[in-house]
Design a protein around this ligand. Structure first.
Ligand code: ATP
Ligand code: MG
Ligand code: MG
Ligand code: MG
Length: 471
């Protein structure tokens, strides 16, 4: 009998509830306290003002399982999906928070107790990192967990020092890693081959003990705080005896549905496509449940880009008709009880997926044809001309990142500068013609699509992504 996501979530929240934390529901994915942030990407985001002192918390301790999306901006895991065992665009971050209440010692002892007692993980599979100058954390890990010196790794990079921004609270971090064993490639954190997936980070503890001032000074906070984040899906993989998040029961169910509907076995290249589809199904559905709809700018364009990436993979699997909306019922079966918003929005999520996929399919096949033709003589290290990438974007509705993604497996890049130049030329031309951004000779479908959903704004996404993001 394997332990489900729902059970692990409940165990985490119960543990902190028992330890005097107020258990709060997840906030929506669109942040209500930060217009510059694309999506909530960590458990602490809804509590940001509690940490800066702008808001007085209702209680000194809280715990939550927060919906997160990392598909743009500072934290962009879109390109990791399918390539690593541990990244999703949508995931749940379990977290406990102390707003000027308990600090380092209690945060470490809570984490260690939960992981080794409640979750029952073997001590000899665990190792931790601390910031290189944080002797206090090093000594606490030794004292509380009894870890040997070689299992407490000092790291000097920003991975182990967190800051809210150029000013505000900041401090050292400690990350807990699980060793999935020597059969998997990868070295321990801090080693040259740390990017492998043998040692997987499960929990990040942030010790907010300083305040950074505009003049660069870093002063001690009178009442330091705690922010932690633990990946629910990574924890589930371990507790279900799996190495790879995509082999857990939830993902296997979603992938199973995708296999059944496409008739393509999850083997070779197709395995990769099914994983991307399962991942993107979750992020897109949850974004729509929280009120984001596909559009040509801002958050809506990020959603559209994720959708189209999934739809290209459905096409690669040989789907003859729109696929994504037919997977929604399986997702709702799996996650609708924990997230009522998913159930409530089911009909509109399905309708939006279907409409988007129907539209994109009108040009997807021809765009793929053009891409194949344009790259037939290209190989590893070559670049697709920017003009062609722009034509794919403008005429066939291929977001730039989709084209890059499609060529990545062959080691072919895209001339991004050339793409932007082509875009600029188009914009200047349309202004000179006195119209809005219109495209002479563009595919009718996309001309129409653009008219329906407003001007094309590739930059709309950049604007948000360049702004400052937390965590
Ligand atoms: P990694 O180094 O593996 O990319 P991270 O250091 O970027 O992880 P944090 O920002 O510390 O991650 O987030 C806290 C926790 O959330 C991580 O320890 C991990 O368990 C989980 N997590 C982070 N990113 C993802 C993701 N893309 N998919 C699934 N879980 C994630
Ligand atoms: Mg990361
Ligand atoms: Mg990390
Ligand atoms: Mg981390």
């Amino acid at each position: 009998s394997t332990v489900s996501l729902a059970e692990i979530r409940a165990q985490f929240l119960d543990y902190f509830g028992r330890n005097d934390h107020v258990v709060l529901p997840s906030s929506p994915l669109v942040p209500d306290n930060d217009p510059t942030l694309l999506f909530v990407n960590a458990g602490m985001v809804p509590f940001k003002d509690n940490f800066t002192g702008q808001r007085t918390p209702d209680a000194p301790r809280a715990a939550s399982s927060q919906k997160c999306v990392r598909a743009g901006g500072k934290h962009n895991d879109l390109d990791n999906v399918g390539y690593t065992a541990r990244h999703h665009t949508f995931f749940e971050m379990l977290g406990n928070f102390s707003f000027g209440d308990y600090f380092k010692e209690q945060a470490i002892s809570h984490a260690w107790e939960l992981v080794t007692k409640d979750f029952g993980l073997a001590k000899d599979k665990l190792l931790v990192t601390v910031y290189h100058t944080d002797d206090e954390a090093f000594d606490l890990w030794k004292k509380i967990a009894g870890l040997s010196d070689d299992r407490i790794i000092r790291i000097a990079t920003s991975d182990n020092f967190w800051a809210m921004g150029d000013t505000g609270p900041c401090g050292p971090c400690s990350e807990i890693f699980y060793d999935h064993g020597p059969s998997i490639a990868g070295g321990p954190p801090g080693s040259p081959d740390e990017d492998g997936d043998r040692f997987i980070e499960i929990w990040n503890l942030v010790f907010m003990q300083y305040e950074r001032h505009a003049d660069g000074r870093q002063v001690d906070l009178p009442r330091p705080s705690i922010d932690t984040g633990m990946g629910l899906e990574r924890t589930a993989a371990i507790l279900q005896g799996k190495h790879d998040n995509y082999d857990t029961d939830l993902f296997q169910t979603l992938i199973g549905a995708s296999v059944e509907l496409t008739g393509a076995k999850a083997e070779g290249e197709a395995k990769f496509s099914h994983r991307v589809i399962a991942d993107h199904l979750r992020s897109c559905s949850f974004l729509m449940a929280d009120g984001v709809s596909p559009s040509n700018e801002g958050r809506g364009y990020v959603l559209r880009r994720i959708m189209r990436r999934a739809m290209r993979h459905a096409h690669l699997l040989g789907a003859k008709d729109p696929l994504m909306h037919r997977l929604v019922p399986t997702l709702v079966d799996e996650m609708g009880n924990a997230f009522g918003e998913l159930k409530r929005a089911q009909a509109s999520i399905e309708a939006t997926f279907e409409q988007e996929e129907e539209r994109f399919r009108r040009t997807l096949g021809r765009g793929m044809g053009l891409l194949e033709e344009a790259t037939s003589r290209l190989g590893k290290g070559d670049e697709l001309p920017g003009e062609t990438a722009f034509k794919l974007y403008d005429t066939y509705g291929f977001p730039l990142d989709l084209t890059q993604d499609a060529l990545r497996g062959r080691g072919i890049g895209v001339d991004v500068d050339g793409f932007e130049t082509a875009m600029e030329k188009q914009r200047a031309k349309s202004q000179a013609d006195g119209g809005k951004f219109d495209t002479a000779g563009a595919d009718d479908v996309f001309k129409k699509l653009r008219e329906e959903s407003g001007a094309t704004a590739f930059t709309g996404f950049d604007r948000l992504s360049e702004t400052h993001e937390i965590v």
